[in-house]
Design a protein around this ligand. Structure first.
Ligand SMILES: CC(=O)N[C@H]1[C@@H](OP(=O)(O)OP(=O)(O)OC[C@H]2O[C@@H](n3ccc(=O)[nH]c3=O)[C@H](O)[C@@H]2O)O[C@H](CO)[C@@H](O)[C@@H]1O[C@H](C)C(=O)N[C@@H](C)C(=O)N[C@H](CCC(=O)O)C(=O)O
Ligand SMILES: Nc1ncnc2c1ncn2[C@@H]1O[C@H](COP(=O)(O)OP(=O)(O)OP(=O)(O)O)[C@@H](O)[C@H]1O
Ligand SMILES: N[C@H](CCC[C@H](N)C(=O)O)C(=O)O
Ligand SMILES: [Mg+2]
Length: 488
């Protein structure tokens, strides 16, 4: 229970009608979760306008309503609070209701098109190994000092997020590492939170269905850094074309990491193989178990962040050296007989796919073939489909286009869009098989000893969403099954 007047602290108010000396039992942005004593915040969404559920919320027991424009008469006995932007208010209110958890924990946010899960997970593992109790908010899972909580989003809605952060504080966590998706910045899921630091990994093509243009997508990510306080640090990949722009208007202390230019945290790759990365990090030579140039960037981001958080450089490098990344990111198994390397990776953007295939190319020792199985998600950015199709064909010997999560779309239509941009040479390399299991089976049957198979797009996911139903599906499990079935 919290007093309404207390949880409205720092909310930009337009008008209040009713009693604010009122006990609130919980705060909700979804009318379906409203109970007796709730505060309901009406949010204009992408699909529907939450204001149309105000009456329903009141009939379920809401005692106070936060809104922008009222589509109805006010009910007597209910307090109505008008604000300019209810999504912003939702973040601030949730933060107040749950005891301002970000004030009691060192909260570090990671944003960028690719690498967020990897960086946040590495930080969580590193700080846990260094002896701290930590929290993690990520695409793969959320964690509170070792306890796993299933994730539904990369960055949950403001209320779920503050519930998680409060649980971390209650558990005695000193640090929380979280992914900040562009949707979360745009929808203000992070409003009200006070970050101790922010990390930028990179920005390339994704989510243009949602943001409309690349400039809007950049603006959304930059918004995260613009809002950081002067007490925070902001660390950016200065090799990315937008790395500097991201920090242009931040009040936070600025730091850079790089493999190519002068930077606060400078790395140089000495060796890059399936055994890992041999690198110089500033003046230290270190071996990491993680593979590929893109992970060299992720490791530098983690190293820089740990130093910004006051950790000892040598301790950090020693601990990081042994670390592995997140599940389903360049996760590989070698077939028992024919030594085929099967890699499961979450590359679901053109840039991620290109990076993974470039890494594979560098790992090749001879004439082994690269066979890629890839699809594109339904109800997501359609413009990335032909580009991903093209990238897969340009950097593989053979390609099988298949379904990712078709969601509400027709799988054959998605495949047709992936095929649309292919030139004649590329057309000779690919075949489309909509059934993902059959596609993986075909790839395994095509593979010769020591070939490299890349199964891209779904990484850690344990399901395939078709027509609103999530069926169990695990790329790694299917790959193992096919190696066995086909005697590879
Ligand atoms: C496109 C998008 O981001 N949608 C998110 C958004 O939903 P929305 O705006 O469509 O909400 P809506 O359905 O229009 O409803 C508007 C409001 O009315 C409320 N409502 C609705 C129905 C009702 O009966 N009663 C009611 O009160 C809703 O709770 C909401 O507050 O707000 C919801 C609540 O926060 C999110 O769950 C939902 O995520 C959907 C499920 C989703 O798939 N999002 C993906 C695209 C996403 O967020 N991805 C990012 C990035 C992924 C990455 O890492 O690349 C992520 O952070 O996960
Ligand atoms: N720093 C990086 N630069 C480019 N590509 C990367 C980088 N790190 C990882 N990748 C590639 O992107 C994929 C996704 O990585 P990761 O899950 O860490 O990113 P993410 O930003 O969390 O993605 P999402 O937005 O879907 O949550 C990996 O499987 C890998 O193929
Ligand atoms: N967080 C990303 C994940 C995409 C993963 C891919 N497997 C897909 O379903 O498109 C999204 O929701 O757009
Ligand atoms: Mg992620």
């Amino acid at each position: 229970m919290k007093l309404l007047s207390d949880i409205l602290y720092k909310v930009q108010l337009q008008a209040i009608d009713g009693n604010t000396d009122l006990q609130i039992s919980d705060v909700q942005i979804d009318s379906r979760k409203v109970q007796k004593g709730s505060l309901f915040i009406a949010v204009k969404g992408v699909a529907v306008d939450g204001h149309q559920f105000i009456q329903k919320a009141i009939s379920q027991g809401a005692v106070a309503i936060v809104y922008e424009e009222l589509p109805m008469e006010k009910n007597p006995g209910v307090t109505f609070v008008q604000t300019k932007k209810s999504v912003e208010a939702a973040g601030v209110i949730a933060h107040n209701f749950y005891g301002q958890p970000s004030q009691h924990i060192k909260l570090v946010g990671v944003t960028g098109t690719n690498g967020k899960t990897t960086i946040a997970t590495l930080l969580y593992k590193l700080f846990t190994a260094l002896g701290y109790k930590c929290g993690l908010v990520s695409t793969v899972e959320n964690q509170i000092a070792g306890k796993v909580i299933q994730a539904t989003h990369t960055t949950p809605d403001a209320i779920s997020l503050n519930v998680l952060l409060k649980q971390m504080v209650d558990e005695g966590c000193s640090h929380a590492f979280m992914e900040v998706s562009s949707h979360a910045v745009h929808q203000r899921r992070i409003a009200g939170l006070e970050f101790a630091g922010g990390i930028f990994s990179n920005i390339t093509h994704d989510h243009l269905d949602y943001h409309g243009t690349f400039d809007e997508y950049i603006k959304s990510k930059k918004g995260f850094f613009d809002a950081l306080p002067a007490s925070a640090f902001a660390i950016t990949n200065i090799d990315d074309k937008r790395g500097a722009v991201m920090l242009q208007n931040t009040a936070a202390k600025k730091y850079t990491y790089s493999l190519r230019s002068v930077a606060d945290f400078k790395g140089k790759i000495l060796e890059n193989s399936l055994a890992g990365l041999q690198m110089m990090v500033n003046d230290q030579e270190v071996h990491f178990r993680m593979i590929g140039e893109f992970n060299a960037y992720n490791l530098l981001a983690v190293y820089g962040t740990a130093v910004c958080l006051g950790e000892d450089k040598y301790n950090v490098l020693q601990t990081l050296s042994n670390s592995t990344g997140a599940e389903g990111r360049f996760d590989y198994i070698i077939s028992p007989k024919e030594k085929i390397i099967g890699i499961v990776d979450y590359a679901h953007t053109p840039d991620a796919l290109l990076n993974v295939l470039a890494t594979i190319k560098k790992l090749k020792s001879g004439e082994e073939q690269v066979i890629t199985v890839v699809g594109c998600g339904g109800d997501r950015d359609k413009t990335k489909r032909p580009v991903m199709g093209e990238v897969a064909c340009a950097h593989s010997n053979k390609v099988i286009f298949t379904s990712d999560n078709p969601r509400s779309e027709d799988p054959l239509q998605i495949l047709a869009e992936m095929e649309a941009g292919l030139n004649t040479a590329a057309r000779r390399k690919f075949v489309s098989i909509a059934d993902r299991k059959q596609a993986i089976k075909t790839a395994v049957s095509m593979a010769e000893p020591e070939d490299i198979l890349l199964i891209a797009g779904k990484g850690h996911e344990k399901y395939q969403e078709i027509n609103g139903v999530k069926h169990h599906f695990d790329d790694k499990e299917v790959l193992k099954e096919m190696f066995e079935l086909l005697g590879k």
